[in-house]
Design a binder for this molecule. Structure first.
Ligand SMILES: CC(C)(COP(=O)(O)OP(=O)(O)OC[C@H]1O[C@@H](n2cnc3c(N)ncnc32)[C@H](O)[C@@H]1OP(=O)(O)O)[C@@H](O)C(=O)NCCC(=O)NCCS
Length: 189
């Protein structure tokens, strides 16, 4: 994809581009992202604790090396401040029509329209790759995520995993499974 200049609601300009491991290796960006992910992790499945940095980096390198992984990022002043990833199953005949995504935005860049734009781009990328349905899940209680995915982007709630996640305060919450058919020929089925 071309680099896109995206104007946030407050006027700041963020460059949206496809990210490679080189982008994370440059200018301590992996450490930077790991640090802000720890600050926005309330409803994320991973903690991103400082002491786990090297373990997480190894796991992340493995994720980035996967054939069907597309990572889109928002970059501001050379720093990665938002990421949205799409996982494809292109070599799987039974699951190849599905794509799964995840997203996280730096706390100082949330609620600025960036999540909306990144997920629109994820949808465009998925369509180009022949994906027919997008899926993901969020922790019950993640109001902003729910508003964005279900109300604004029209994902449908498809299921609920009871006690699917544990919050930092020790309480359990459910994971809400959502999906969106993006192939017009499947929409009536
Ligand atoms: C969830 C997340 C990806 C959304 O991205 P974002 O850039 O903040 O979202 P946007 O600004 O594009 O849109 C958010 C929408 O929610 C609305 N919103 C924000 N806070 C809200 C609240 N407390 N209650 C209801 N709606 C709310 C906004 O008004 C906006 O809608 P609008 O554009 O129609 O006004 C981002 O906030 C994030 O990374 N959060 C922390 C990590 C996380 O939870 N990731 C998702 C895991 S599934």
């Amino acid at each position: 994809m071309e680099i896109e200049e995206f104007k946030l609601k407050d006027g700041r300009i963020v460059n949206i581009k496809r990210l490679t491991m080189d982008d994370y290796d440059a200018d301590n960006n992996y450490e930077y992202v790991h640090d802000w992910l720890n600050k926005v992790n309330k409803f994320l499945a991973l903690e991103f604790e400082k002491e786990d940095l090297e373990r997480d980096r190894t796991n992340f390198r493995f994720l980035m090396s996967k054939e069907g992984l597309i990572m889109i990022g928002g970059v501001y002043n050379g720093k990665i401040i938002a990421t949205a990833n799409l996982e494809l199953n292109q070599n799987n005949k039974k699951l190849g029509h599905l794509g799964k995504w995840g997203i996280a935005i730096h706390h100082l860049f949330q609620n600025q329209g960036l999540g909306t734009r990144l997920l629109q781009i994820i949808e465009e990328c998925a369509k180009k790759k022949g994906v027919k349905k997008l899926e993901t899940e969020y922790f019950l209680g993640n109001v902003r995520a729910e508003k964005l995915y279900v109300e604004k982007l029209k994902y449908q709630i498809e299921g609920r995993r009871r006690f699917g996640g544990k919050l930092k305060n020790g309480t359990y919450t459910d994971r809400i499974l959502i999906g969106k058919i993006i192939d017009d020929s499947m929409k009536e089925k």
